[in-house]
Design a protein around this ligand. Structure first.
Ligand SMILES: Nc1ncnc2c1ncn2[C@@H]1O[C@H](COP(=O)(O)OP(=O)(O)OP(=O)(O)O)[C@@H](O)[C@H]1O
Ligand SMILES: [Mg+2]
Length: 338
């Protein structure tokens, strides 16, 4: 199979995923005969192809982390379907299914057990999941540490003995120990010094190529994902509002929210004429996920909103002749959207 064909193969697909958080006390809800819910993830459709790096971007609170946790099976979704290589994953995942999708979190310190050395942490995972025979565990750990750029001394060290960047390398080794096929990295560099951010991003890019991983990279920073990702998905108030090949998303964004996000990055805006005249940056705060506007959820901040946007909720759809570029805006592929 060629690399090209490999890239087009669907590894993981998500259909209509919803994650709700109950709000307020149960007693109050009972008294009023209603329960209020915050719609953190509100009908997400997304596909991750084999071997690709897909970025998921959006403002704080748009639901990126909640979506990632539900995707990895670490938080229950209220509805929706996750299909892995053609097989629908059950609500309660088997150990094998859990291994396939692993996560790296924003803060490597709080995501690692401070009382375990790196060696004991990795060996325990190998034992529980029966990854390799016991007599090969140490050699496997050393190989893994080499892969993430750490020496074998790391085996005997505790998380506190590492710098932030090294700790994130340990967290990546922990995610890889189970030989996942999909790695979900949720803001993997935003807690790190600027000086080490690029080295961790480069490491993720190298690992993806070397191990043939599919990578879902979550970031609120579009500049971070630009050079690392093949495609970009933009999330707003719990829904994907645009998805496109990275170059296309940056050079020809079709959703007004994406244009607003791009305009908020001055350095990127100067890169091309299209980006420079892409419209105003998004300002103000998004509405609460407790009160998602009817119709188009972006209309309350949208510079091109029309009466129709209050009534019709636009579906994520491709424009004519743009199969890989989808946007959820009534005017995404019309003159008005330009
Ligand atoms: N455990 C929880 N209980 C109640 N509400 C939650 C919980 N976790 C997240 N939320 C809410 O769900 C929505 C989505 O949050 P989430 O953390 O997924 O966003 P995010 O896009 O990852 O934001 P950030 O960029 O700040 O990490 C927000 O309105 C948030 O307040
Ligand atoms: Mg988050």
């Amino acid at each position: 199979m060629t690399a090209q064909a490999d890239l087009a193969e669907t590894q993981l697909s998500v259909r209509d995923m919803t994650v709700l958080f109950p709000v307020g006390s149960k007693l109050a809800a009972r008294a009023k005969h209603e329960q209020r819910f915050l719609r953190a993830v509100d009908g997400v459709d997304l596909e991750l192809r084999k071997g690709e790096a897909l970025a998921l971007v959006g403002e704080s609170g748009s639901g990126k982390s909640t979506f990632a946790l539900a995707l990895a099976g670490l938080r229950a979704a209220n509805s929706g379907q996750v299909t892995f290589r053609g097989k629908v994953l059950p609500k309660h995942r088997s150990k094998i299914d859990q291994r396939r999708i692993q996560m790296v979190f924003q803060d490597p310190y709080s995501s690692l057990n401070p009382r375990l050395t790196v060696g004991s942490m990795l060996r325990e995972l190998i034992r529980v999941h029966n990854v390799v025979p016991a007599n090969q565990a140490d050699a496997y750990c050393r190989e893994l540490l080499r892969l993430v750029g750490l020496g074998e001394d790391a085996m005997k060290a505790y998380p506190r003995q590492f710098s932030g960047g090294q700790r994130q390398r340990v967290a990546i080794a922990r995610a890889l120990v189970l030989k996942p096929e999909v790695l979900v990295a949720d803001e993997p560099v935003s807690a790190l010094d600027v000086s080490v951010q690029a080295t961790i991003l480069n490491l993720l890019a190298e690992l993806r190529t070397e191990l043939g991983l599919s990578l879902l990279l979550i970031s609120h920073n579009l500049a971070v994902v630009r050079h690392l990702c093949d495609r970009v998905a933009v999330m707003y108030l719990g829904r994907i509002v645009e998805v496109a090949p990275a170059e296309q998303l940056f050079s020809d964004p079709r959703h007004p929210y994406t244009r607003g996000l791009l305009a908020a990055i001055p350095r990127l805006s100067a890169d091309s004429a299209r980006e420079a005249d892409g419209g105003p940056a998004v300002t103000g705060d998004p509405p609460s996920a407790l009160r998602i506007p009817a119709g188009c959820r972006f209309r309350t901040r949208c510079p091109i909103a029309q009466a129709r946007c209050e009534l019709d909720d636009p579906a994520l759809a491709a424009g004519p002749g743009s199969a890989g570029h989808l946007a959820a805006c009534h005017f995404a592929f019309t003159e008005k959207g330009d």
